[in-house]
Design a protein around this ligand. Structure first.
Ligand code: ZN
Ligand code: ZN
Ligand code: ZN
Length: 106
């Protein structure tokens, strides 16, 4: 086994210190550690851990690996029927652009 391939550890490119593989910053010099991804792995959008590309749910935090599914769901988007202006501001009643009353998308 070569140095640098010890399981669970990586080495800081700046100072050479042994750093926990999951650490985002070097515990010795504070350098940002490069995010290393194996082929076929993607970063979880929620916890930023590497997860297999084919997985639909993160093996670390259990959240869905696709961001789109969640975020926009509870945001009530209002659209201007006149010019197509959209806002997620719940207090905004009238279009910024033309002043038309905004309607809520359901
Ligand atoms: Zn370092
Ligand atoms: Zn996750
Ligand atoms: Zn408008």
């Amino acid at each position: 086994m070569k140095i640098g391939e010890l399981l669970g550890y990586t080495f800081c490119e700046t100072c050479g210190e042994q750093v926990d593989e999951e650490a985002l910053f070097c515990n010795n010099c504070g350098s940002k550690m490069p995010v290393k991804l194996m082929p076929g792995m993607v970063l979880c959008p929620h916890c930023s851990k590497p997860v297999k590309e084919s997985f639909r749910f993160c093996t670390y935090c259990g959240m869905s690996m696709s961001v789109e599914e969640e975020e926009e769901k509870d945001a009530n988007v209002k659209t201007c029927p006149h010019c197509g202006f959209t806002t997620t501001d719940p207090d905004k009643m009238f279009c910024d652009d033309c002043g038309t009353r905004l309607v809520e998308d359901k």
